[in-house]
Unconditional design. Structure first.
Length: 74
């Protein structure tokens, strides 16, 4: 799932991907989207839980991965 401006970059709010390590999932995405998702300010949630060590994520069948962009206020 891509939230906020990341859905605009992805061109869709959701995308199905194959199970496996996050690095492999990102490698299968368009480069511009993968770069946006790797921004240090983007937070990642796996099955509704924020993950701090994103490099350890390995998706399994049925998992939900969400990318949350930085929020700005005003």
């Amino acid at each position: 799932m891509f939230l906020g401006r990341l859905a605009d970059v992805a061109g869709t709010p959701e995308r199905e991907v194959a199970a496996g390590p996050l690095a492999e999932v990102l490698a299968d995405l368009p480069a511009s989207l993968a770069i946006a998702l790797l921004d240090e300010r983007v937070r990642v949630a796996l099955n509704g839980e924020l993950v701090r060590a994103v490099e350890t994520i390995v998706l399994e069948q049925g998992d939900e991965l969400a990318f949350l962009p930085p929020v700005s206020g005003g």
